[in-house]
Ligand binder design. Structure first.
Ligand SMILES: *[C@@H]1O[C@H](CO)[C@@H](O)[C@H](O)[C@H]1NC(C)=O
Ligand SMILES: *[C@@H]1O[C@H](CO)[C@@H](O)[C@H](O)[C@H]1NC(C)=O
Ligand SMILES: *[C@@H]1O[C@H](CO)[C@@H](O)[C@H](O)[C@H]1NC(C)=O
Ligand SMILES: *[C@@H]1O[C@H](CO)[C@@H](O)[C@H](O)[C@H]1NC(C)=O
Ligand SMILES: *[C@@H]1O[C@H](CO)[C@@H](O)[C@H](O)[C@H]1NC(C)=O
Ligand SMILES: *[C@@H]1O[C@H](CO)[C@@H](O)[C@H](O)[C@H]1NC(C)=O
Length: 444
């Protein structure tokens, strides 16, 4: 469906987007280089904001902060700018009345190349046979910035057709550390339950991760645009990027810790959290990872947030909200389409209830072997627990996604998945997986 716009887009991007002058490598070899891997893990119009955040960041890093384009690796599906629902064809904005952030973005991996495997291969510095083939070539003197934006659930980050699991990510981070692939590494991660991916991150691997949410909550979409009909950005992501912009052109004025404190304060719907090395990287200026332009431009006045214009939604609920919005707009003009949307909405509302029933059934079946232990069931149901067995988490969620519902098409399920993953802390993954298989024998 997106094949033709994709071709047009990539021609535009390579022809119009590349300005060699901006690539002047200002850092000397002894200082090390900054590398960045920036990823939007979603596809679909109603997920507009994820790719928008990443495009915005691309321009900050390359145009404003002076990081050479060849050191910035981007993954995004690229189905937004030329989406048929986009009233501003060829453009993506990240703020209400904001300017286009799409033009000039060099997308290294798009469409079906946006996979967790390719992401891990890029981090590992492996060569890839798809996309631009760009990969992380960082060494022991270099710093690495990673930004990931998408849906998430306990122990997973979403990709357009697949998920990245905690167990796989942990292995790659350990390999990167052991192979001296960086001096220090800093991640910004916007996703529901993003804290669950990093809760057990060692403090001695020179990695720090700032997340939009803690281990047990959703993250939030911000800046609903009535004309475009979508949320333009994610609350936490736009907060930290705005904060960064306020220190331009000298990003050495603020430390990672200071930024975390300020952004945490501004992020009111979820708990911005931080994991890993909270000693050395904490005291680094943000320029260590974000670069900074040393041009003579004067700092811009800080842009103030307009709280009164804010409308937000928990990330898992954005799709359903989008469908409802679309239906109400169509009701008067296209009753056939409105009726179809109404059916779709009712299907999803029903499914949200059904998923909770299925998860209840699964935990009843799994805990039946210890039926007198009613406590287990209530513990499983209460709240997300920490992930003690990442492999079990992976097996159980993979089974659920392949046999029950996928988080990409049914994003609201991410609110309930902890009821499944909590079981891993008390039961063997085989028992849980077979309960999943019994409850969801059909494939979607
Ligand atoms: C994650 O690890 C499992 C087990 O080694 C493997 O089967 C799977 O392909 C890996 N997935 C990714 C995306 O790396
Ligand atoms: C990396 O971490 C180790 C252990 O926490 C610490 O001794 C070292 O100073 C750190 N290096 C840098 C460059 O932050
Ligand atoms: C957090 O917000 C409160 C109230 O708005 C303010 O008093 C405080 O200084 C803020 N802290 C930081 C670190 O920005
Ligand atoms: C970020 O800045 C833009 C423009 O400067 C503004 O429209 C937007 O509201 C700001 N967002 C936040 C979260 O402050
Ligand atoms: C903030 O948003 C409200 C509602 O959209 C608007 O009326 C008001 O003028 C805005 N204030 C500023 C300072 O932009
Ligand atoms: C947490 O990290 C420690 C130290 O790296 C490791 O030994 C332990 O297995 C990890 N726990 C989980 C649940 O991954």
């Amino acid at each position: 469906m997106f094949a033709i716009p994709l071709i047009i887009a990539s021609v535009l991007l390579t022809v119009r987007g590349y300005h060699l002058a901006e690539d002047s490598l200002r850092q000397s070899e002894s200082e090390g280089k900054i590398w960045a891997v920036i990823v939007a893990g979603s596809s679909n119009w109603w997920n507009y904001r994820h790719q928008s955040d990443v495009c915005h960041l691309y321009h900050l890093l390359t145009k404003q902060h002076g990081i050479p384009r060849k050191n910035v690796i981007t993954m995004m599906y690229n189905d937004i700018a030329f989406n048929e629902e986009n009233p501003r064809q060829g453009e993506i904005i990240n703020a209400v009345h904001g300017k286009d952030v799409y033009e000039g973005v060099m997308i290294d991996y798009m469409g079906s190349d946006v996979t967790p495997q390719n992401f891990l291969d890029i981090l590992s510095g492996k060569s890839l046979n798809v996309g631009s083939g760009k990969t992380l070539k960082s060494g022991p003197k270099d710093t690495v910035l990673v930004n990931f934006v998408d849906h998430g659930a306990p122990g997973i980050l979403g990709f357009p057709n697949d998920e990245l699991h905690l167990a796989n990510l942990t292995l790659v981070l350990e390999q990167m550390f052991n192979n001296n692939r960086y001096k220090q590494m800093f991640w910004y991660v916007e996703a529901c339950y993003s804290g669950s991916m990093f809760k057990n991150l060692s403090s001695s691997m020179n990695i720090t991760v700032h997340t939009a949410a803690n281990e047990e909550e959703s993250s939030y979409a911000c800046f609903y645009d009535n004309e475009i009909g979508v949320y333009l950005g994610d609350c936490w992501s736009t907060n930290w990027m705005n904060n960064t912009e306020q220190f331009l052109p000298n990003l050495a004025q603020e430390t990672i810790e200071q930024q975390y404190q300020i952004v945490k304060n501004e992020t009111v719907f979820s708990h911005a959290s931080i994991y890993g090395d909270l000693v050395y990287i904490f005291k680094e200026p943000i320029s260590t990872f974000l670069g900074h332009s040393r041009s003579e431009t004067k700092p811009k006045p800080a842009s103030r947030r307009n709280i009164s214009s804010r409308r937000t939604a928990a990330t898992p609920d954005v799709m359903l909200e989008h469908l409802k919005e679309k239906m109400s707009r169509l009701v008067a003009v296209n009753s056939v389409e409105a009726e179809r949307l109404d059916k779709e909405i009712r299907y999803h509302i029903q499914t949200e209830g059904k998923v909770q029933e299925i998860l209840g059934e699964i935990s009843d079946q799994v805990t039946a072997s210890r039926s007198r232990d009613g406590e287990i069931v209530s513990v499983v149901y209460k709240r997300p627990q920490s992930i003690e067995y990442p492999e079990c988490n992976r097996d159980v969620l993979s089974a659920f996604f392949s046999q029950c519902y996928k988080m990409q098409t049914h994003p609201y399920i991410t609110k309930y998945l902890y009821r499944l993953t909590n079981l891993c802390n008390a039961f063997n993954s085989k028992i849980i997986v077979s309960a999943v298989t019994r409850m969801c024998p059909q494939k979607f």
